[in-house]
Design a protein around this ligand. Structure first.
Ligand SMILES: NC(=O)C[C@H](N)C(=O)O
Length: 220
């Protein structure tokens, strides 16, 4: 598993890659950011079997039969989890963790532990977490690219679209991202088939899988 995390206050960051038997790789990435280490900090390890579901076993078998060892530009969702946050003091952060792509080469390190690709946070601009085809995300530095467009004055919606479309047109790479700007504007956008997402702002929860089926709930 791979994971990375970043604090927008001072751009401090931590990442781990190819870790095994870790239930919450984002916590481990945070300890790296804070220069502490897993064993000393009592990060729990779990048997590898606990991280393997029947569904993912079947998925892997199917991929092996259908595609051989290498799958191109649109990974099926393999448990990538991303979060971005803006607090009341204007601090921004992101975290991304993933099991990678299904049927990946042993030892492959994807985009998720790479700052700028799997995510980015800067209090002066915004925070982004990405998902999708890691090799493409790394080549275009997707998270930083989306924030670059925000810096250039684009809306969060336009910035996300420009960054994702660039990756698609240049590399045929598909994916998605969540972005929150320093002013609290947010967007969830994807070029892959679906991307389950949720957002909370001013006590209102919105969530969906496709844009057309967004659900809204009042948290008060
Ligand atoms: N579904 C994903 O987000 C996979 C991840 N970006 C990787 O390529 O490792």
């Amino acid at each position: 598993m791979d994971a990375s995390i970043m604090d927008g206050r001072d751009l401090s960051a931590g990442a781990v890659s190819a870790v095994r038997c870790i239930a919450n790789p984002t916590k481990l990435a945070r300890l790296v950011m804070e220069k502490k280490f897993a064993a000393d900090m009592g990060i729990p390890e779990i048997p590898v079997e606990k991280l393997i579901t029947e569904r993912s076993k079947k998925h892997l078998e199917k991929e092996k039969l259908e595609k051989g060892a290498h799958k191109a530009d649109c990974p099926k969702n393999s448990g990538t989890v991303g979060a971005v946050a803006l607090d009341c003091k204007g601090n921004l952060a992101y975290a991304t963790s993933t099991g990678g792509i299904v049927n990946k080469m042993v030892g492959r390190v994807g985009d998720s532990p790479c700052i700028g690709a799997g995510g980015y946070a800067d209090n002066n601009v915004g925070a982004v977490s990405t998902t999708g085809h890691g090799e493409s995300i790394l080549k275009v530095n997707l998270a930083r690219l989306a924030l670059f467009h925000v810096e250039q004055g684009k809306t969060v919606d336009a910035a996300a679209e420009l960054a994702l479309n660039y990756m698609k047109s240049k590399l045929k790479g598909l994916g998605g991202l969540i972005l929150v700007s320093k002013t609290g504007d947010w967007v969830a956008k994807w070029t892959s088939a679906t991307m389950p997402w949720a957002a909370v702002k001013n006590g209102k929860l919105q969530a969906g899988i496709d844009l057309c089926d967004t659900k809204t709930m009042d948290l008060h």
